[in-house]
Design a protein around this ligand. Structure first.
Ligand code: NAP
Length: 327
């Protein structure tokens, strides 16, 4: 089977497609055929050597996907041959076949196709964590969402709107405004230099946002703080693009609260994974949550997918297509 490996940390050029033997599922694991693998910004971090440093090179990238069960290991009772499944945080998903721990798998309902299922595992579960758990958005809340046309951003905007909040999106180019608005953003600021706070305050009636969701690295951090109202919350989550450095708590304005929520805290058990992904699938089934696919690439073009994601030109989800879709 074919897989995308990295042989050393670096730019997109360190990714290469190799042919290797099919993996074999051990106890508690399932062999899946990968119809669709999701590309996430964290994969860029892995490629750059920021994460998975303990894992020796060469290693297969990718953490999420959707497809069907090819074989089950000892002790697996929840999954059977040919069943449609999706998974998240399972290293090695940029491949035609992958071994996934049964605890990281969910069943995919008939009405949800593989592309949609793969698209919401990491970014959808993250967005739902941010808006329902880390800062449970209330009706009437105003949220500032950075990279509002990105994978997390488009899903987060829709979930905030589902909860009755309003959204000020921030994107890097005018081309992204229409898609952010289609997802429900009430206003969209086009900005790349970190000078958006004045406009965010103006658009929130002079008070500032109740919550800012910022995964955009150090450049936006101060502007995000400045965009908050008194006792506002900053949900900071852009580890790959870099942190703000040491912070002086005495300089935090307006009694704000700052936190760095991670995916693992929301979906820390198989039960939580199943409950939260079922909620996402239900919203999709009912037409309340939509997935935008930016582009689909053959496995051989994984390096191009990474370069595109880092170019800031994409809007929506990037997918790899290692095998034919099962549905
Ligand atoms: N904490 C967690 O659990 C968690 C989980 C998933 C994702 N994340 C983080 O969420 C963010 C979005 O991830 P994603 O997978 O959904 O990707 P994405 O939003 O589809 O793409 C990343 C977005 O970041 C912006 N961007 C790209 N390169 C940039 C650069 N060099 N400087 C500043 N902005 C840049 C772009 O938006 P604009 O050009 O419009 O600004 C782009 O749309 C990432 O920071 C990722 O690390 C965190």
């Amino acid at each position: 089977m074919k897989a995308v490996i990295m042989t050393r940390p670096g730019g997109p050029e360190v990714l290469e497609v190799v042919e290797g033997p099919d993996p074999v599922p051990g106890p508690g694991h399932v062999l899946v055929e990968v119809a669709v693998a999701g590309v996430n910004f964290m994969d860029v971090g892995v490629r750059q050597g920021m994460f998975w440093r303990e894992m020796p090179d060469p290693k297969v990238l990718g953490v999420e996907g959707a497809g069907r069960v090819l074989a089950v290991g000892d002790g697996v009772s929840d999954f059977h041959l040919d069943q449609r499944v999706a998974w998240v945080y399972s290293p090695g998903s940029y491949a035609q076949k992958a071994v996934v721990e049964a605890a990281s798998l969910v069943h995919v309902p008939d009405e949800i196709d593989d592309r949609t299922a793969a698209s919401v595992m990491m970014q959808g579960l993250t967005a739902s964590h941010f808006a329902t758990d880390f800062y449970p958005v209330q009706a009437g809340d105003i949220a500032l969402v950075h990279a509002a046309a990105g994978g997390v951003g488009l899903l987060l905007t829709q979930i905030i709107k589902l909860r009755g909040g309003s959204v000020i999106g921030r994107v890097s180019s005018a081309e992204k405004v229409a898609i952010a608005k289609q997802a429900g953003a009430d206003h969209v600021i086009v900005e790349t230099e970190g000078r958006f706070a004045e406009e965010a305050i103006r658009l929130s009636g002079g008070e500032g946002a109740h919550v800012v969701y910022d995964g955009s690295g150090p450049k936006t951090f101060q502007g995000s703080l400045d965009s908050l109202r008194i006792s506002g919350t900053l949900c900071w989550y852009g580890a790959v693009l870099g942190g703000p450095g040491p912070l002086d708590i005495m300089k935090f304005p307006k009694s704000v609260k700052i936190g760095y929520p991670t995916f693992f805290h929301h979906v820390r058990t198989p039960e939580l994974l199943r409950t939260h992904s079922a909620q996402l699938f239900d919203w999709i089934r009912k037409g309340k949550l939509k997935v935008w696919i930016a582009e689909e690439y053959p496995l051989a073009n994984a390096a191009k997918a990474h370069a595109d994601m880092e170019s800031r030109a994409t809007a929506g989800k990037l997918l790899l297509r290692p095998c034919k879709e099962s549905r």
